[in-house]
Design a protein around this ligand. Structure first.
Ligand code: C5P
Length: 284
């Protein structure tokens, strides 16, 4: 009975995020290129004879009740597929929270993927992605685990074909230790819609995030950190991810992310989260 699996739940970065328009339902129509990265959480899941959902987490500040997307994902899967058993889930969190990295969304999607494997239910990716869309705009992306252009409110996923994704990129991910509220970022954008500044050009397109102007207007650490990154010789481009508060740098080929991280902490404080990463195109 007690089959247990462990899955890596990668974070994502937005390589561009274009806001097309505000919709009547209050959401914003997007066109965003998201890529999974090598930084992420670990989701452990097992079926239990006793029904019910038990969620635990190694970060005491994160709620483990039905407000957690991992909990809600398990409840949705159990209800949709009539699963008789209960589920025990543990989250080992490494992705900063409220950071624009989709940490909670990835956990939720990976609970769905883990439960599909544990129960042997033959749900197609598209069916899981539909369930995922009920949990949040960013969740369906993580069902496919590869770079994708996401449209609609983010839930319409067009995976980038393997041949079209020319290469992976190495970078440095930084986070100030505070989060930014996603609804607040979109509401503030709506009061004064303007495009984000265009940055460096890559094979996949040009760095740009339309949520930068509203978020940078209030959280001054972010534009300061981005400008500092752009001034470093290792850095090819830099951008805020999602609605912030994380910022990432894409590095020039062969650049040393660790020495850049050391220099960054020297400048901004030892407590700053600074983590080398790679984008990845193939599920692992
Ligand atoms: O779908 P999710 O729960 O992640 O969205 C959180 C909030 O972010 C929404 O309630 C909405 O205010 C805002 N949002 C938006 N447009 C999107 C995605 C999110 O306005 N495409």
């Amino acid at each position: 009975m007690s089959k247990k699996i462990e899955v890596f739940a990668p974070a994502k970065i937005n390589l561009y995020l274009h806001i097309v328009k505000r919709r009547p339902d209050g959401f914003h129509e997007l066109e965003t290129l998201m890529a999974p990265i090598s930084v992420g959480d670990t989701v452990t899941a097992e079926l239990t004879e006793a029904p019910g959902i038990v969620l635990t987490c190694d970060r005491p500040d994160l709620a483990v009740d039905p407000s957690n997307l991992a909990y809600r994902a398990a409840a949705l899967f159990i209800e949709k597929y009539g699963v008789k058993e209960g589920v025990k889930i543990h989250l080992a969190k490494r992705t900063p929270i409220g950071a624009g990295l989709g940490g909670g969304s990835s956990d939720g999607a990976h609970v769905l993927l883990a439960l599909r494997r544990l129960t042997g239910i033959a749900a197609l990716d598209a069916a899981l992605a539909e369930l995922a869309g009920q949990l949040g705009s960013d969740v369906p992306f993580f069902i496919y685990r590869r770079p994708a252009v996401c449209k609609g409110r983010g839930e319409i996923i067009e995976p980038v074909a393997a041949a079209a994704w020319k290469r992976d990129y190495a970078g440095l991910l930084i986070h100030p230790g505070f989060g930014v509220s996603t609804p607040w970022a979109y509401q503030t954008y709506a009061q004064n819609p303007q495009r984000g500044e265009e940055g460096a050009r890559f094979d996949f397109g040009t760095l740009r995030n339309d949520l930068e102007p509203p978020v940078f207007g209030k959280y001054l650490w972010l534009p300061t950190a981005k400008a500092w990154l752009l001034g470093q010789s290792e850095v090819a481009g830099a951008l805020m991810s999602g609605s912030g508060s994380s910022v990432f740098a894409i590095l020039k080929d062969g650049a040393d992310a660790e020495s850049l991280a050391v220099r960054l902490r020297g400048e901004f404080g030892e407590g700053i989260f600074a983590c080398p990463f790679r984008t990845f195109a193939e599920p692992f």
